[in-house]
Design a binder for this molecule. Structure first.
Ligand code: COA
Length: 334
């Protein structure tokens, strides 16, 4: 920890989106809604939906494989896999164990993290802590979700928001004196607000029964209005903290890669951080809210198309069920 040259560096990104696209017009044939209602309020026009039999471990493995390739890392070099998801293939075992097998990560310790939309930020923070403590050298961090499996397709207040997908990064230990890598990481939780965004049944407190199925208690329920307010306040607050902890000012940030929950939330956070929308990476229009996958998916797009360049200061910020929130500042480059 005391070595000033020690850094956790992001060396490769990857992403996966299922082929099937569900548009707002498609949704308007399923529930009483319209593109005219959805787009201005959320910024979403379409989202991807996993195919029958396509699971979180499949999507996570596809994104993870691409991140390994882009990092030039061999599977057996990975000593830790952290998978952020709230939609694991099965309750037992952790889906990270299934991803390990798919990718041949034979030397990796694997576990899942459930922190909803903040899952990727939490998982990245765990990777950073493992690396700075000397416990790991190369870590694969994946955010992957099959939100379509826990969405109530008869509830127009939630089903318009979510989508499926996966994103991944490789994080490596560097002692070579690079100025790049993770500069700061900040996280927060407030469990007193858990009822604002939750699934009532399907866990050990209320196992699935014919009654819970009939009452549709196994799906996401949300107080969207209240969540909106907390999302703006907490994302902006934690983003500001991460920037300060990194020794930077708002104007030093080249790119904000926010959790893609709602375009209006993103715009409000950007405004609070004094960042013009030209500095904000968004893909919500075509992905919807992919929960733990959203930041690494957007990040991969902006790195792949050359928007994010070596030396750029990149800010990630998230907010989600729990309530949970977090932010990371990364100086891009190896
Ligand atoms: C969900 C969200 C878009 C709803 O927008 P809103 O402006 O708060 O809308 P409200 O919930 O107040 O609903 C307004 C009206 O639209 C109706 N409505 C809700 N969903 C609708 C839909 N899909 N289509 C048409 N009408 C809809 C409501 O029934 C309500 O009608 P009423 O006034 O007759 O009762 C917004 O609250 C939001 O984005 N919140 C944050 C959610 C989020 O990002 N969660 C994940 C966090 S990680």
């Amino acid at each position: 920890m005391n070595n000033p040259n020690l850094r956790a560096v992001l060396t490769g990104t990857g992403a996966y989106l299922p082929a099937k696209r569900l548009t707002n017009d498609d949704l308007s044939r399923m529930v009483d809604t319209s593109d005219e209602w959805i787009y201005p309020r959320t910024g979403i026009r379409s989202r991807r939906i996993a195919a029958e039999g396509e699971n979180v471990s499949d999507m996570a493995a596809a994104a993870g494989r691409q991140a390994l390739e882009n990092a030039g890392a061999r599977p057996e070099e990975i000593d830790l896999l952290v998978l952020a998801t709230i939609t694991p293939d099965t309750p037992l075992p952790a889906s990270s164990c299934l991803v390990q097998t798919r990718l041949g990560l034979s030397n990796a310790t694997c576990f899942d993290i459930a922190a909803a939309c903040s899952g990727f930020i939490y998982a990245l923070d765990v990777a950073r802590q493992y690396i700075l403590s000397g416990a790991a050298r190369k870590v694969l961090v994946v955010g992957a979700e099959k939100m379509s499996a826990i969405t109530d397709w008869t509830d127009r207040t939630t089903c318009i928001l979510f989508g499926d997908g996966a994103g991944a990064v490789v994080v490596e230990r560097s002692e070579g004196g690079t100025q790049n890598g993770i500069l700061s990481s900040a996280t927060g939780t407030d469990g007193t607000l858990a009822p604002l965004l939750h699934i009532e049944a399907g866990g050990s407190a209320m196992p699935t029964t014919a009654e819970t199925l009939a009452a549709r208690k196994g799906f996401v329920r949300m107080d969207g209005h209240t969540i909106f307010k907390y999302a703006v306040r907490n994302m902006a607050g934690i983003a500001d903290k991460a920037v300060t902890d990194a020794g930077l000012r708002h104007e030093d940030i080249d790119w904000l890669v926010p959790h893609q929950a709602n375009m209006r939330i993103i715009q409000a956070v950007a405004k609070t951080m004094d960042l013009g929308m030209e500095k904000v990476v968004t893909n919500i229009e075509n992905t919807g809210n992919t929960t733990a996958a959203s930041i690494p998916l957007a990040l991969h797009e902006a790195v792949s198309d050359g928007r994010i360049k070596d030396g750029d200061n990149v800010l990630f910020a998230s907010f989600g069920a729990g309530l949970t929130w977090g932010a990371t500042v990364v100086r891009w480059g190896r």
